[in-house]
Write a protein of this length. Structure first.
Length: 448
């Protein structure tokens, strides 16, 4: 790689709190489609996205886990890696990693300050009702910082869709599609075919397209057609996730399988032969914050950010591997644009009591609405508690009295809020997820 990203004129030194405050101030601008603002941001910052190779990860579920695993595998082949993830659980700083470490406070604040100065310049060129968004600002900060730190390859998780997502300013040689579900239909279209078209519009000519093992037939048809039109090469992940360490949760094993084929494709493009031991080491040390994450102590308490029906179904299938067979209390908080009824249909048959709450978001579905949906499913053992930490406390007290267990799920925002509220030490090793012993997975092993 050549050179360093251009420094825009410096302002007073920012702290991490200043950076977080700046990012929160942009929430009111919401989400806006189009790449024009982002391209102008990259120009203002000296085109940092051109200073490293990149892999883009798209999909409805499993993007963060797959992104982390690809970066981990590549790092163990001697490459300096960056990862850009979303959303975060507790701090915005979690979204940017270099060599599997999130940015320190000073680096994060500096990157956001640089991107903010660039945004001011860009905003002056836009119409009065247009403005750089929060996600664009944070994405630009990530690109600038990864270039500054001489990253060789960045693994970039897309936000929403693909065609007009801010991350799509990169020129990815490998595009990864985990799966496609009916999500964000207001913006992406009403069918799986429409959604797949939006996500896969980013595939570059003669790129490699790595596909998840449980891709729905309509999405697979779109992938095959686009690959033909753009002379892209398709590589498929192993459907059984059978090659490699036995991660807990069939969905994580399938994510690992996809990460493996994507990383291998990238390495071979660079003339590097993939090494089995590097893959095994990456899998053995895998960390998935907020996914199948067991808290310390009793009763057994599992946090998982499953936020749509497909993710919840995958979570339900994984539960027998990671939670003991005990009376189960559910802590659930969901955003209003999600299919809460289908999520409840999958979760309630496993539970004896449900504690409904609201994630910390202006888009949260009310606990009373969840209770009404549960009653329609003939489930009456419900407690409503608006504050997530109190809902978790009540659920743990209920489980402790019955030698039971607790599952908290429904929203990444909910899981992040719960992690932030835990006493020091209770969420120790916060990145560690439930796991089973490291070994070769059998052919019968089962995926998110």
């Amino acid at each position: 790689m050549s050179g360093q990203p251009d420094e825009v004129p410096r302002r007073a030194r920012w702290s991490e709190a200043d950076a977080e405050r700046q990012l929160r101030s942009l929430e009111l601008f919401g989400m806006r489609f189009g790449l024009d603002r982002m391209r102008r941001m990259m120009t203002a910052l000296g085109s940092p996205e051109r200073r490293f190779d990149s892999i883009q990860v798209l999909g409805s579920n499993g993007k963060s886990s797959t992104t982390r695993m690809i970066a981990s595998i590549l790092r163990r082949h001697g490459l300096r890696t960056g990862a850009y993830l979303s959303p975060h659980l507790v701090s915005y700083r979690e979204r940017i990693e270099v060599d599997e470490r999130e940015l320190d406070s000073e680096s994060f604040a500096r990157a956001v300050a640089q991107a903010s100065a660039a945004a001011e310049r860009v905003n002056r060129t836009l119409s009065e009702d247009d403005h750089v968004t929060q996600f664009e600002l944070l994405t630009a900060a990530a690109m600038w910082e990864m270039a500054r730190q001489d990253v060789e390859v960045a693994v970039v998780e897309a936000g929403l869709g693909g065609r007009y997502d801010a991350t799509s300013v990169i020129d990815a040689s490998v595009t990864v599609l985990t799966n496609v579900g009916l999500e964000h239909t207001r913006w992406l279209g009403p069918t799986l075919t429409d959604i797949a078209e939006e996500k896969l519009a980013v595939v570059r000519r003669r790129a490699t397209l790595a596909l998840g093992p449980d891709l729905a037939a309509p999405a697979l048809a779109v992938a095959e057609r686009l690959a033909g039109e753009r002379e892209a090469r398709i590589v498929l992940a192993d459907a059984a996730g059978e090659h490699g360490p036995q991660l807990a949760g069939a969905f994580q094993r399938r994510n690992l399988s996809l990460a493996r084929v994507a990383a291998a494709a990238f390495l071979r493009e660079r003339g590097i032969e993939p090494r089995e031991q590097a893959f095994l080491d990456a899998a053995a040390e895998a960390r998935f914050p907020g996914r199948l994450q067991l808290l310390d102590g009793e009763p057994p308490t599992l946090l998982d950010g499953a936020h749509n029906p497909d993710a919840v179904t995958a979570l339900v299938h994984a539960l027998p591997e990671v939670l003991p067979q005990r009376p189960l209390a559910l802590v659930l908080g969901v955003l209003e644009d999600k299919d809460a009824a289908s999520m409840l249909r999958a979760l309630l048959p496993m539970c004896e009591h449900a504690f409904f709450t609201a994630p910390p978001s202006g888009r949260a579905l009310s606990p009373a609405a969840l209770q009404s949906l549960a009653r329609q499913l003939s489930f009456e053992a419900v407690t409503v508690q608006t504050r997530p930490e109190r809902a978790l406390q009540a659920a743990r007290e209920w489980a402790r009295a019955r030698s039971g267990a607790v599952l908290a799920t429904g929203s990444v925002y909910l899981v992040g809020d719960l992690l932030a509220s835990l006493p020091a030490g209770q969420g120790a090793d916060a990145g560690a997820s439930a796991s089973v012993p490291l070994q070769r997975a059998s052919r019968g092993s089962s995926r998110g």
